[in-house]
Design a protein around this ligand. Structure first.
Ligand code: GSH
Length: 205
């Protein structure tokens, strides 16, 4: 398998999951401005959506959408380890977390990456995001180690990645002790440290 990624982007989530599961894979970075891969390929020919992550399977098939990729990795390669079995309520709860992280948090952060965003629009985006972050803070502040309980799951990998964007974008997570402690816990994992190192990212917060 080959993961097309950009350092620190949402592709870090499947990257972490690949390492958590100990799967064999290679990495190829993508320049998101030129949509060209490190080997000079036109990335839009690989993923017509033009964004990372994209996972190329050994038979050449391309999977896109981070939430779909991490579910495929967990289900196909280590059933029950990082995601409960499909059809269970536990899985539906995990899917709810993945959808919330993708649609509400990930896409809540997205406007903040635009340096041309008007101050009023930024304030509205931050207020919206803060409301969403409060929901996760409440869920984690009840003593839960990870989103679904005591076991690390694919949703935790994704949540960790979107939370890692907060500080560089000027959001202070220290006001949310549950989220801050969660991020530190996930960051300390061997697979996460290895993924950060491989992407040339700081391994400390
Ligand atoms: N719905 C996609 C969104 C992926 C996405 O937003 N990727 C960003 C990086 S985090 C990207 O590549 N942006 C460049 C672009 O959209 O041109 C997913 O969840 O995988």
């Amino acid at each position: 398998m080959k993961l097309f990624y950009a350092a620190g982007a949402c592709s870090l989530s499947p990257h972490i999951v690949l390492r958590e599961l100990g799967l064999p894979f290679s990495l190829e970075s993508v320049d998101l401005k030129t949509r060209t891969t490190a080997s000079g390929a036109d990335f839009t020919a690989i993923n017509p959506k033009g964004y990372v992550p994209a996972l190329q399977l050994d038979d050449g098939e391309i999977l896109t959408e981070g939430a779909a990729i991490v579910q495929y990795l967990a289900d196909a390669h280590a059933p029950g380890r990082l995601a409960p079995a499909a059809g269970t309520t536990a899985r539906a709860q995990l899917d709810a977390h993945l959808t919330f992280i993708s649609a509400e948090l990930h896409k809540g952060f997205s406007p903040l990456f635009n340096p041309a965003l008007a101050p009023e629009a930024r304030a509205a985006a931050v207020a919206n995001l803060n409301r969403r972050l409060d929901v996760v803070e409440t869920a984690l502040a009840d003593g839960r180690t990870f989103l679904t309980g005591s076991d690390f799951s694919i949703a935790d990998a994704y949540l960790f990645v979107v939370l890692s964007w907060a500080k560089p974008l000027g959001l202070d997570l220290t006001e949310r002790p549950g989220l801050a402690a969660f991020s530190a816990r996930v960051r300390a994992r061997d697979a996460v440290q290895a993924a950060l190192a491989a992407e040339g990212l700081p391994m400390a917060a």
